[in-house]
Design a protein around this ligand. Structure first.
Ligand code: AMP
Length: 430
């Protein structure tokens, strides 16, 4: 098995990793670290939770330590771009852990916080700046920072940056970082726009893929409840939350309004719950995340944009209260659980007007999601010869099933493994 030592990291970084409890490299780290150390541009196809921050951060820090330079005032040596405040905070926090006991300084700039404080921070120069694109461009326009000394450019969650309309900002910023740089692009998916972006801004990149797009962490057990509408979703959600008092749950809603309404209802009926979405201020979002991380609240209702890339250890359940319009988003959502080797449970609700979305998800993931309750709609797509008859009621009653395998999935379609825990209305298997 590859060790961190095999990857060519210095004693200094090795001792930091040991103090952080990082014993062995994750697959993306084992593959990417040597390539980055050798100076290659890199495309990393990996989701959050795979350890990608260390995969780009550690070799970058090693190389910056080795060249021993210091940034001039209002300059940076490396730029990491990420789509959301939360992700920027998370990356910066990880990098700060890695540079303990080194002179390397990590800076952080995001919208919604004081631009003057950020200018002041940059006035002394920072080694690695983690930023959202819009605020960085504002700071560049104010001449608070220039990118001419940057030798590393990392685009993290590139597909999400594209989804959020940052493409023009990314192009502008990429042109401001000198050409003799190393560029590392990480993305959970590789739509054509990302492939085009890579072709334009990366030079002979190596490609590392640890979790193919559409394939959720193997450790996530997935279920779907077929329901008639929102009130039934809420009832099942409350029942399952109640039956898992020690769980920590993220609940995804399609809209900000829906997230807020659901959060208020859950709060009203006595759950300890918080929400994060685009209508919340930066401070509110940070407080909600902190409370959820600390365990003060155990249910977090979120929209995709607010929750993308957030790594919160110990999430046991992910609920797709609404199915996402884009099937990739489902993969990101369920990736919030089953991180760092833990098992996780993903529970989706599918109302009649969401069947098409479920079909897209199952097609992308090449699986049949096990049915936890409800009547399977006649038009649920399944390959010829696969389980269930039209309109068949496929109900797994808690405690009654010994095997939870859905009946014969066609060759090539991955089956869900048997669940092992009590899931409220989900099946229980032994
Ligand atoms: P990331 O995908 O970079 O957000 O990392 C997900 C989580 O895994 C973070 O909390 C990291 O601190 C943790 N992590 C990353 N690499 C390792 C490793 N090799 N061993 C243990 N934990 C790790």
């Amino acid at each position: 098995m590859t060790t961190f030592k095999d990857l060519g990291l210095s004693e200094h970084v090795l001792s930091t990793l040991a103090s952080l409890g990082f014993e062995t490299p994750t697959p993306i780290q084992a593959e990417a670290i040597p390539l980055v150390m050798e100076g290659h541009d890199l495309i990393g196809l990996a989701q959050t939770g795979t350890g990608k921050t260390a995969a780009f951060g550690l070799p970058m820090i090693e190389k910056m330590m080795a060249d021993g330079k210091r940034p001039d005032p209002r300059n940076i040596r490396a730029l990491v771009l990420a789509p959301t405040h939360e992700l920027v905070n998370q990356i910066a926090a990880n990098l700060k852990d890695f540079v303990k006991k080194t002179p390397i300084k990590i800076g952080l700039v995001v919208g919604g916080a004081s631009i003057n404080k950020q200018s002041e921070q940059l006035s002394r120069g920072v080694d690695i700046l983690v930023a959202t694109p819009g605020r960085l461009l504002d700071l560049i326009a104010r001449k608070a920072v220039t990118l001419t000394q940057a030798r590393y450019l990392v685009l993290d969650e590139a597909d999400q940056m594209l989804d959020l309309g940052f493409i023009h900002d990314l192009r502008k910023i990429s042109k401001l970082v000198p050409k003799n740089r190393q560029t590392l692009l990480f993305s959970a998916t590789m739509p054509k726009a990302i492939a085009d972006l890579s072709a334009e801004y990366l030079s002979n990149p190596k490609r590392v893929e640890v979790s193919p797009p559409g394939k959720a962490a193997d450790k996530v057990e997935q279920f779907v409840h077929f329901v008639q509408g929102a009130s039934q979703k809420t009832e099942i959600l409350k029942k399952t939350l109640t039956e898992n008092p020690d769980g920590r749950a993220m609940v995804f809603s399609r809209t900000k309004h829906g997230a807020e309404k659901l959060m208020k209802h859950l709060e009203h009926v006595g759950f300890s719950v918080a929400s994060i979405h685009g209508n919340k201020s930066q401070g509110q979002r940070e407080r909600a995340l902190k409370a959820f991380r600390d365990g003060a609240t155990r249910v977090l209702v979120a929209t995709d944009v607010a929750a993308r890339g957030i790594d919160i250890p110990g999430v046991t359940h992910v609920y797709n209260y609404d199915l996402p319009e884009v099937p990739d988003a489902y993969v990101h959502r369920i990736g919030r659980t089953a991180c760092a080797g833990h098992d996780g449970i993903a529970i989706a609700f599918c109302a009649p007007d969401e069947i098409r979305l479920l079909r897209d998800i199952e097609r992308l993931m090449k699986i049949d999601i096990a049915v936890a309750s409800g009547e399977i709609p006649a038009d649920r797509a399944r390959p010829k010869g696969a389980r269930g008859g039209n309109g068949a009621l496929q109900r797994f009653a808690a405690g009654r099933q010994r095997s939870c395998r859905t009946s014969s999935a066609s060759p090539g379609r991955q089956r869900q493994r048997s669940p092992r825990r009590t899931l409220g209305s989900e099946p229980v298997c032994r």
